[in-house]
Design a protein around this ligand. Structure first.
Ligand code: CP3
Length: 344
């Protein structure tokens, strides 16, 4: 089987064009997904191997992207650590928030078997996906996962109690990071065993804390997860959203590719990030609320960068948001595939 564009680029090979996929490509913008959500809750969709596999593959058929990402959520790790989770119309919510306990670590009851249904989902995807389409597995990075666990919900995106925990009780923060990391490694390696082609670590809320503090307190745990996955032969993409100039301190041991947010121009990110690390990104998803002309004009600005840089995966700076017209997402994929990238 010939490698897909996505796998070639992850391996460091030259291609005619950048591969393209989108964060949050399965839910939120696809009419076919929104139709399925009328019949099933998000939890029903992610827990049934047949349905989750179907949703995972929707963007392959509807958008023609180059890779599929497992349809699940980063909060399955806190759930398997014993925290009761529900998904409400205003986002995820835990029955109990760790901020309300004197000894939050004592609340955790790890049970790795609670993740087993996800391996059945992966098996079903492998059985039903087109052969040349790679499957991306993922987990949340320890800080973002901790944010939801401590705060208990995601409606307040500043997560004040999670951030202050890093200053008030470093020892407790380390205990919680260790518990998240240990289970995430087991989870990641099982995803590898079930045949994922790449693994992405989502640190959506890195920008809430100074990058120095991030490298001191969180990065050692990220490194443990990526090392385990990379040692198992699977490439790792790390998304440290909002890390700013901190991206220049990420080392090739920490990941294979870094996903860049929309704040940093991709050319500047290239200058900052270690040359042995590839880049992913970084279109502002909100641009896709704009006119076709505005979208195409912004896309054209990627051509000079893309003509020189083969180690680049086209993506958004963060995920799709509800309300983006499906046609605009498709326009981006078609444009990436039809553009002359002037590579040689
Ligand atoms: O394409 C995909 O959607 C892939 C699967 C996927 C989901 N969540 C499904 C989901 C992935 C990779 C995630 C990651 C995730 N989940 C992150 C990190 C990346 C990011 O986007 O920031 C975070 C922080 C979460 C936690 C989470 N789950 C939140 C904050 C929410 C509510 C807001 C939102 O983004 O919709 C969820 C719910 C969720 N996870 C939905 C989906 C499809 C929406 C469920 C619905 O259909 O109502």
């Amino acid at each position: 089987m010939a490698d897909s564009q996505f796998i070639k680029v992850l391996k460091g090979e030259k291609t005619e064009r950048p591969p393209v996929w989108f964060m949050r490509q399965a839910g939120r913008v696809l009419p076919s997904y929104l139709e399925m959500r009328k019949k099933y809750s998000f939890k029903e969709l992610m827990r049934s191997p047949g349905l989750a596999a179907k949703v995972t593959l929707l963007p392959i058929y509807d958008l023609d992207v180059d890779a599929a990402i497992l349809f699940s959520d980063i909060l399955v790790i806190p759930e398997a650590l014993g925290m009761e989770l529900s998904f409400t119309d205003s986002g995820p919510r835990f029955a109990k928030a760790l901020k309300d306990f004197d000894d939050p670590a004592s609340q955790l009851k790890p049970d790795a078997s609670k993740l087993h249904y996800i391996y059945d989902v992966i098996d079903e995807i492998q059985k039903t996906k087109p052969q040349n389409i790679p499957l991306i597995g993922f987990c949340g990075a320890p800080f973002t996962t901790l944010c939801y666990m401590v705060q208990g919900l995601g409606t307040n995106h500043t997560f004040p109690d999670a951030v202050t925990l890093l200053y008030k009780d470093k020892a407790m923060a380390h205990k919680l990071f260790s518990a998240i990391t240990e289970l995430s490694i087991e989870y990641a390696l099982n995803q590898v065993k079930h045949g994922i082609s790449a693994f992405q670590i989502f640190e959506t809320h890195a920008g809430l804390i100074p990058s120095g503090l991030y490298f001191e307190m969180v990065m050692p745990y990220v490194r443990k997860i990526s090392k385990a996955v990379m040692d198992a032969g699977t490439p790792v993409i790390f998304l440290p959203k909002g890390l700013g100039t901190g991206i220049k301190h990420i080392k090739p041991d920490d990941a294979d590719f870094i996903s860049i947010d929309w704040q940093t121009p991709i050319e500047e990110a290239r200058e900052l990030v270690h040359p042995n690390l590839g880049l992913q990104g970084n279109l502002d998803p909100r641009l896709l609320m704009g006119s076709k002309e505005t979208i195409l004009e912004t896309l054209e600005r990627y051509v000079p960068f893309g003509s020189k840089n083969h180690n680049w995966i086209f993506n958004l700076g963060h995920g799709f948001i509800p309300g983006i017209p499906y046609e605009n997402a498709k326009l981006v994929v078609d444009w990436i595939k039809q553009t002359n990238w002037k590579r040689n």
